[in-house]
Write a protein that binds this ligand. Structure first.
Ligand code: NGO
Length: 522
């Protein structure tokens, strides 16, 4: 009788054990090739097992590189809040012990370039190899997405932190992958910009273009022209109090971005879109009179005087101060919609401003409108509206950043029921933003002419981070994938399933996203 009871107990234990094992089997990943990573990696081979990140695990960095240690710490800072493991980053000479994450440079594969990486996951170890710390940083975003979505939570969560095993070799299709934030129409503070930078980092983007000046506001302190911010930064669309970045704050943003291998591209829009400057300094106006501050959303009514020398002294001072604060290679001169500047004045103006930018050691970018001027050899034109201008730029050997409004403008409404946003370029649903190829969109412009892709977020209708997130998610991950993943590997029907699985990740990150009916959200 006693024997029989013991037998029953053992059987019950075995059954419970089997159920637990089965439950954990169905919940944890075993097939790396089915993981919903965005952007989709170039090559994935699954080996059918799983690695488990446990308490006591370490992040090991090969050698003594301070930069790589810092990237390792970035990974630890992602993993520690949700796991509660207090993972530390240590330097090592050789392959570390079982259960660790191992970050190592340089790799041996030149095809993956500076941003690519190779990830090998076995039951024992997660090994990330790249040619540079930047590649390690991009690869970390993949590790992050391979872990359960709860890894994004900011407090400790009980979970089995498992990753499917196999290998990934991955590198980008385009070298420039970015977004633009308009901080001029409505001002957004440093913390908002940092959160935006974190979004870009998650999806392996590497450029943040800041639209720093427009008719409604001047948002960057220029010490030699202080009234630009004192007066010109004092309001915004709708008449709010506006704001601006001090030079220290701008540097803080630049450094935060640099730690995430993201380049800041500052834009000073001219000769149009300049009312905030024209209101701050009367001498910049064609008639010498300061304008009123402007809080509406019309475009194309302002112009700097293109004939006065003081205008070029002003531009030279602004570009000099900005270039000293900006380690990245680019300065953006705007150049769009200068409807009240005569064409015969606009053409020499743009030529001269390009020389000023070059004199400060920077490469110029301008909206596609600048192509009607003579472009410098290494100029970049940002295609947003006129294919004819983009072709004109290419005929002058300029490279193109692809920002076609009807695909990449994330300030466009999703459909007629979207309350935020504009719709002059049409409605841009999540599929329209994803389902196109930069290399075939404009006849005459192929992959070789294209530097990359950028999603501009204009802020006429956006006043806070919640609203920004609603417009950007979920279109931004799709734009990031277009920039990273070869066009031949992309199709909407497969993508929408992966995107649907990112929903729980957006929620874990507290992102306010648009739940499009076109996406099968999990
Ligand atoms: C246009 C215009 C901006 C607007 C935006 C709104 C460009 C390059 N200039 O894009 O001033 O804010 O549309 O979508």
């Amino acid at each position: 009788m006693i024997f029989k009871r013991r037998e029953n107990t053992v059987a019950a234990f075995v059954m419970i054990f089997m159920t637990v094992v089965q439950m954990s089997c169905t919940k944890t990943p075993t097939d790396l090739s089915k993981e919903p990573i965005i952007p989709k990696p170039v090559s994935v081979t699954a080996t059918g097992d799983r690695f488990r990140l446990k308490k006591g695990a370490g992040i090991y960095v090969k050698g003594e590189s301070a930069e790589l240690m810092q990237v390792g710490q970035y990974l630890a800072d992602i993993l520690n809040p949700a796991t509660g493991f207090a993972i530390e980053v240590k330097s090592t000479d050789g392959e570390p012990r079982s259960g660790s994450i191992y970050l190592t440079t340089p790799g041996t594969d030149s095809k993956i370039g500076n941003e690519g990486y190779e990830l090998t996951i076995t039951e024992d170890i997660v090994k990330l190899t790249a040619n540079s710390p930047e590649g390690i940083f991009r690869g970390i975003q993949t590790i992050r997405q391979l872990l359960p979505a709860d890894i994004e939570k900011s407090s400790k969560t009980e979970k089995s932190w498992e990753i499917a095993t196999g290998t990934i070799t991955d590198y980008p299709a385009y070298s420039y992958r970015g977004s633009m934030l308009d901080v001029a129409r409505h001002f957004f503070g440093v913390d908002d910009v940092k959160r935006y930078i974190d979004f870009l980092a998650c999806y392996k983007m590497n450029a943040l273009h800041l639209h720093l000046t427009d008719d409604q506001g001047w948002r960057i302190e220029i010490k030699s022209w202080p009234n630009l911010t004192e007066h010109g930064g004092s309001t915004q669309v709708g008449g709010g109090k506006g704001g601006f970045y001090t030079q220290e704050q701008y540097k803080d943003i630049v450094n935060y971005a640099a730690d995430r291998y993201i380049t800041i591209i500052p834009e000073i829009d001219m000769p149009g879109h300049t009312n905030a400057a024209l209101s701050s300094y009367p001498e910049l106006n064609p008639d010498g009179k300061a304008t009123e501050l402007y809080t509406g959303i019309d475009v194309g009514f302002s112009t700097l005087s293109t004939k006065k020398e003081i205008t070029y002294k002003f531009i030279d001072d602004v570009m000099r101060e900005l270039s000293e604060l900006t380690p990245g290679p680019y300065l953006h001169l705007g150049g769009d919609e200068s409807h009240v500047t005569k064409k015969e004045d606009y053409i020499p103006f743009v030529a001269r401003v390009q020389d000023i930018v070059a004199a400060h050691g920077k490469r110029v970018i301008g909206w596609d409108d600048i192509a009607i001027s003579t472009l410098k050899a290494n100029a970049v034109a940002q295609y947003w509206s006129k294919a004819e201008n983009a072709n004109l730029a290419v005929s002058q050997n300029a490279k193109i950043i692809m920002s076609p409004a009807a695909r990449t403008y994330v300030d466009m409404k999703y459909d007629s029921t979207t309350t935020l946003g504009l719709h002059w370029a049409g409605y841009v649903e999540v599929d329209a933003a994803y389902n196109w190829d930069p290399a075939t969109l404009v006849p005459g412009i192929g992959k070789d002419n294209i530097l990359g892709i950028e999603a501009p977020l204009w802020s006429e209708t956006l006043t806070n981070m919640n609203e920004i997130e609603y417009m950007v998610f979920p279109r931004l991950p799709g734009i990031a994938e277009i920039g990273w993943t070869p066009a031949s590997m992309r199709n909407w029907d497969e993508y929408k399933v992966r995107l649907g699985k990112q929903g729980e990740r957006f929620s874990a990150m507290d992102i306010n996203y648009y739940e499009s009916d076109l996406v099968p959200w999990i």
